[in-house]
Design a protein around this ligand. Structure first.
Ligand SMILES: Cc1cc2nc3c(=O)[nH]c(=O)nc-3n(C[C@H](O)[C@H](O)[C@H](O)COP(=O)(O)OP(=O)(O)OC[C@H]3O[C@@H](n4cnc5c(N)ncnc54)[C@H](O)[C@@H]3O)c2cc1C
Length: 438
């Protein structure tokens, strides 16, 4: 999708204005991805009519990712879902766990459809300026405003929402004394084959029939029809497999699982990403007028890496505050996004996975197989009841999780009981890792 004519025109206006530094925008949004566009969408929905500037380095919008989520609550984009499944499987390497949940379907949304919807809305919103092709060079907060330097000029704003992830740092990835963190690397190919191959009724959320030598490794497969599927190779480990390795492993999987050979698969699209799974909070690199949002604001659920639903909740909550004239600019209240309960569960879950990566297939398969599917979905969507939580706990292997609960106590006990506040305090530069580019 290319920028609309009007967005190009407005970008030029921004550039002209910027050189004169005439405008101080009440609201600047850095990054026109999922979080940035969701925020501007919600602001417009609430009737916010003050000038908004949205800045992104990208020149065009393409179908660069697939968003899946369980339909536990309405979002502004759920109706764009092209596919909806009410059953799914997890394979632990030995046997398949099947779950059926008509109550909460699993939705698949193409990012291009979301971008198209929001861009169409922006094109008719006179108060929104979209500045594309503008890499952000720096953000500086002064006493009364925020100055944003981009390659297209400088802008000033009263509050800034930043999803651009320039230099945001998170806790080191690994199993040291700080909260356990994992990197989720994935690389997906949408393929078309020449004969009916896939069962369109049932996506495979995790298939661990793959080498576990380098850490938890599974294949995620969304069947789009009998002949088309998104096949995603995923690692939960702190190293970055090359794209070629991912492609080779996807080919091996398709051959092992379906007897498909590379020559029989047409590749339609590719997508990839890396998401940091951690309960460590993101240290504030910015001040009170700058609120990190999206992945930069810690929106990924630590134990799963799913972020779309949390981003929608965050966008709605922030838009309500902005539209209500809450000028505190303080986004901290929205971070961490989950409640203490989920912070506890996520910290224990990540510690168990980090300490016993060999148990990952069993842990996931047992959770999906033994707990009631609706309870699992509510738990993943952070809407679980106490009974749901107990069902999840009962489904998981006891000893590794008890050990993990004790070992991760500093991450979830409130200070001063815990050894370090949640987030682990400042992170020595040598052990820092930049938030994964997704
Ligand atoms: C391939 C893929 C599949 C995913 N699938 C799912 C899923 O199924 N379910 C789920 O819940 N989550 C999923 N996620 C995770 C998450 O929902 C997405 O990453 C989501 O897009 C995050 O939104 P965001 O706004 O934080 O980041 P983005 O959508 O990446 O937006 C950030 C924007 O900032 C811009 N930007 C960055 N740096 C600069 C700079 N220096 N200057 C200017 N602009 C800049 C980028 O161009 C981008 O447009 C997926 C992620 C990826 C990568």
């Amino acid at each position: 999708m290319s920028p609309t004519k009007s967005s190009r025109a407005r970008r030029d206006v921004v550039r002209r204005n910027s050189s004169r530094r005439e405008t101080t925008y009440p609201c600047i949004i850095l990054g026109a991805g999922c979080a940035g566009l969701s925020l501007v969408w919600n602001l417009l929905e609430l009737g916010f009519d003050e000038p908004i500037l949205v800045v992104d380095r990208r020149h065009r919008f393409e179908n660069d990712r697939t968003w899946c989520l369980w339909d536990v609550e309405p979002t502004p984009f759920s109706d764009l879902a092209t596919h909806s499944w009410t059953r799914w499987v997890v394979h632990d390497g030995h046997h398949e766990a099947v779950a059926a949940c008509p109550e909460y379907p699993y939705l698949r949304i193409r990012s291009a459809d979301v971008y198209r919807r929001v861009l169409a809305r922006l094109a008719s919103a006179p108060n929104v300026t979209l500045a594309l092709g503008c890499p952000i060079l720096g953000v500086r907060e002064t006493a009364d405003r925020v100055e944003v330097a981009t390659s297209g000029g400088e802008f000033a704003g009263l509050r800034v929402f930043d999803s651009s992830r320039r230099g945001h740092q998170i806790a080191s990835v690994g199993t040291g004394r700080r909260p356990a963190s994992l990197l989720q690397h994935f690389f997906g190919r949408t393929i078309r084959v020449d004969r009916p191959t896939f069962d369109p009724s049932t996506p495979s959320l995790m298939d661990f029939r793959a080498s576990q030598a380098d850490g938890p490794h599974f294949v995620y497969l969304l069947p789009l029809s009998e002949t088309e599927a998104l096949v995603e190779n995923t690692y939960l480990f702190p190293f970055t497999p090359s794209a070629d390795r991912h492609r080779r492993e996807i080919a091996e999987y398709l051959c092992m699982r379906y007897g498909l050979h590379p020559g029989s698969c047409e590749v339609l699209e590719e997508e990839s990403g890396a998401i940091t799974m951690t309960t460590a909070s993101i240290p504030d690199a910015t001040g009170s007028r700058v609120t990190p949002i999206g992945l930069a604001g810690g929106a990924a659920r630590p134990s799963s890496g799913y972020a779309f639903l949390r981003i929608q909740r965050q966008a709605r909550a922030l838009a309500l505050r902005v539209a209500a004239g809450d000028d505190s600019g303080e986004g901290g209240a929205l971070r961490p996004l989950g409640s203490r309960k989920y912070h506890f569960f996520d910290a224990v879950f990540l510690r168990a996975l980090a300490d016993r990566p060999d148990l990952a297939p069993r842990i996931f398969a047992q959770m999906f197989e033994r707990a009631e599917p609706a309870a699992v979905v509510r738990f993943l969507g952070e809407r679980s009841t106490l009974l749901d939580d107990l069902r999840i706990v009962a489904a998981l292997p006891k000893w590794p999780f008890l050990t993990a609960a004790v070992r991760s106590a500093p991450d979830w006990l409130p200070p001063p009981l815990g050894q370090h506040p949640s987030g682990g305090g400042p992170i020595p530069p040598a052990r820092r890792s930049t938030l994964g580019e997704a």
